[in-house]
Design a protein around this ligand. Structure first.
Ligand code: CMP
Length: 136
């Protein structure tokens, strides 16, 4: 069925001029952009968005990176959008991600991996509310 997922095009992708390339992949797939905004993530929003990761060793540099410059936040909708978008993004570590995926084609990093997408229906509901409260 039709699902909504929360996607972030991270500061590394904006800085590298890859926003258009990345958006085009989802558009060509047939997914729908329901909301989109360019903004800089606050420290408070980072702690909320990454609530499951705040105690991890990788979190302080991740937070520094994610709050360092503007990112593009969007809501994407479509049939099985949560798993379809995750599949198109590829594995977390760009060095391990399969060719043909966004990270596999465009990232060589475990942290600066260009995109985030909700990993489950529960995460999607929570993250869409966090970023786009007007949609809920
Ligand atoms: P994301 O999908 O946004 O979810 C958590 C983020 O933490 C992940 O993408 C990476 O940017 C980052 N991350 C996850 N694991 C590591 C790691 N081992 N080292 C550095 N960054 C990581």
């Amino acid at each position: 069925g039709v699902e909504r997922t929360l996607v972030l095009i991270k500061p590394d992708a904006v800085r590298r001029g890859l926003v258009g390339d990345i958006l085009a992949r989802w558009e060509r797939k047939g997914l729908t952009i329901e909301a989109m905004t360019l903004r800089t993530m606050s420290a408070e929003l980072a702690d909320q968005h990454y609530a499951d990761h705040v105690d991890r060793a990788f979190y302080p540099p991740l937070k520094e990176f994610m709050t360092s410059a503007p990112l593009v936040a969007l809501v994407i909708a479509g049939d099985q959008a949560i798993s379809v978008v995750r599949g198109m993004i590829g594995a977390t570590d760009g060095r391990a991600a399969a060719a043909g995926t966004i990270r596999g084609d465009l990232s060589l990093s475990n942290r600066e991996n260009l995109v985030h997408a909700s990993d489950s229906a529960a995460s999607a509901a929570r993250e869409v509310t966090l970023w786009f409260p007007e949609l809920t």
